[in-house]
Write a new protein. Sequence first.
Length: 241
Amino acid sequence: MSKGVRVIAVISRKGGCGKSTLVRGLASAAVARGERVTVFDTDSSQSIYGWMKVAKQLGNWNDRAEVIHTYDPEEITARLDAIYAEPPHDHLVLIDTFGGSSEALDDVVLQAHLIVAPVRPGRGDYLETMQTLMWRERLKGRVDDPASVPEYRVVINAVSAEPSATERQGIEQIFQTMPAIEEPMMERKAYKQVDAEGLLGEIRDSTRKGIVQNHLTAALQEMEAILELFEDAMLTETEAV
Ligand SMILES: Nc1ncnc2c1ncn2[C@@H]1O[C@H](COP(=O)(O)OP(=O)(O)OP(=O)(O)O)[C@@H](O)[C@H]1O
Ligand SMILES: [Mg+2]
């Protein structure tokens, strides 16, 4: 089934919760499925833009993916319009934002089909993610049509292979109080490698060590599962309209 253009905005006030890691992973998953990907990097530190440059140098990039560094909602609108004007094709658009969402983000977020936030099971992340949720609720009051505010999902991030009792409690609390998708992002060296080297599938294909390949494949499968759950959330929303 054709999926068309899907726009996901990754937003959380909490710095370091894994926004850019999630963007790199989702971009990798969509590229691995043969789709085109556009990432809007709205972070002044150009974390995703810089990542693409390094990945290209290392030969771990794919021409189906593109990163655009901009803070300008109008530029994002114009570029999105250009994508929508192309003949129908599968295209994942990701918007990476910096910690500390502000009103300036309103116009960016309203162009997305889904808002997502990674949340680490720990008190600091929890409260700031709640604030992000409330910011989204307040956004409904600032727009003409509250239904234009995208759906919201959280993904639990950096879960240990053997979670402590406290961590398990934190996970439970997130599931009970936030719209969390079932598949978490595990704490993985592979994500650090992606950060330093490029797209998951491309690194995997240029790696000769079997064990590292296996780790990268597991991470890619995790990201594919997460992307599918986000896509389900977007479908539910369209059907409800
Ligand atoms: N699941 C994970 N496994 C291993 N390392 C992770 C994971 N998630 C995030 N990290 C690491 O945590 C650090 C912060 O992650 P990241 O840069 O994605 O956060 P961020 O939310 O984009 O931060 P900022 O708000 O500054 O933009 C990075 O070094 C990243 O590699
Ligand atoms: Mg970031």
